[in-house]
Design a protein around this ligand. Structure first.
Ligand SMILES: Cc1ncc(COP(=O)(O)O)c(C=O)c1O
Length: 360
């Protein structure tokens, strides 16, 4: 077998080996059809089955209520930053944003072009190392947008912000979707670029309540309206077929693992191993406040840029790849999404301990 090394990349990121092995077969011949998954017509019987199975697996794993649509879009989570205000925010109207990192800043920037974007809370005062606990929500917000996991800064909401009654909560869940149970009925819309916890880049999952689909701006070009995707089973144009296939297989894998409760338990155990060590280490420190730490992206530093660089160099040589932190935080980031193996976390902790010992 081709050698695989430990991949701590923040995204695109590690995928379940079983899924990749199955995909390798399906690339050549999808379920005995003699035609690979990349080669089938998206309107044909074989791909229609794949699409329907993908949606069914997503619905089951996320316990998605019937009054929500599951849509497959392109353009990444970044297109959602723009599509959301285009659809639901007009001149003179207000949307609330919880600004907890670089992605939230990009999201609010797009809203500013459509209407009033109000910062309901921000953690920028300490370089986004925590999740805010207090909010200043607008009385008339069209929606409240937050980022459940801040990939770059290594913070994560323990639960969704409590928004005013009757408000519409929208979540960019790109880097922690389906990493724990989620009560979809609390949300108007959840979106996620697939390339961290769900599959390959190139497909964005959008889970949206029916009344929002209806309420979207119908003067936009069809490709920018949610209703176009909702009314056409996400097949108004050629969909990101391979992405849909793989997201479906990953969600089936999640179900086979025992679903989101089991995955959450596993994710918590993995993250705790790293954070527990960071608490006792006299070389490494976690960058995020203890009550805000992400179970998906563990960010840490030594406090000395040269030592960080040496650590990353040695780790890479030891086949622990992708540990360099984002430049806005520096240091290291270990992304340990759903598919990242528990033994990989053990290997990292051992490596860190040895490195710490080698530093005297
Ligand atoms: C939380 C979050 N939102 C949005 C994005 C941007 O996603 P995309 O590259 O799919 O546009 C990322 C990418 O890393 C992310 O981590």
């Amino acid at each position: 077998m081709t050698e695989r090394i430990l991949n701590f990349s923040a995204g695109p990121a590690v995928l379940p080996l079983e899924v990749l092995e199955e995909a390798r077969e399906d690339l050549l011949s999808l379920r005995g059809t003699g035609i690979g998954v990349l080669e089938h017509s998206h309107r044909g019987k074989a791909f229609t089955a794949v699409r329907n199975e993908a949606e069914a697996a997503i619905r089951e794993v996320g316990s998605i209520p019937d009054n929500y649509k599951v849509l497959f879009l392109q353009g990444g989570a970044s297109l959602q930053f723009a599509m959301l205000p285009m659809n639901f925010l007009a001149d003179g109207q207000t949307a609330d944003y919880v600004v907890t990192g670089a992605w939230a800043k990009k999201a609010i920037k797009e809203a500013k072009s459509a209407g009033n974007a109000h910062v309901a809370a921000t953690s920028e005062d300490r370089n986004f190392c925590y999740v805010p606990k207090e909010y200043d929500f607008s009385a008339d917000a069209r929606y409240v947008h937050f980022t459940s996991n801040n990939t770059i800064f290594g913070t994560q909401f323990a639960s969704e912000p409590n928004i005013p009654d009757g408000g519409t909560l929208i979540c960019d869940a790109s880097s922690d979707i389906f990493s724990r149970p989620i009560d979809v009925s609390k949300y108007g819309m959840i979106y996620a670029g697939a390339q961290k916890n769900l599959g390959p880049s190139g497909v964005t999952l959008v889970i949206i309540r029916d009344d929002l689909v209806e309420a979207g701006n119908d003067a936009l070009p069809p490709m920018l309206q949610y209703r176009t995707y909702a009314e056409n089973d996400s097949m108004y144009n050629t969909p990101p077929a391979f992405g849909i296939y793989l997201v479906g297989r990953v969600c089936q894998w999640l179900l086979d693992q025992g679903g989101l409760t089991a995955i959450q338990e596993r994710n918590e155990t993995k993250a705790a191993k790293l954070y527990d060590y960071l608490e006792t280490s006299s070389l490494f420190n976690a960058t995020a406040d203890a009550d805000s730490r992400s179970k998906m992206n563990v960010t840490f530093v030594t406090g000395d840029a040269d030592t960080d660089a040496e650590f990353i160099k040695q780790a890479t040589a030891a086949k622990l790849d992708g540990l360099k932190g984002h430049r806005s935080v520096g240091g290291m980031r270990a992304s340990i999404y759903n598919a990242f193996p528990s033994e990989g976390v053990d290997a990292l902790v051992d490596f860190m301990k040895n490195f710490e010992a080698s530093q005297g």
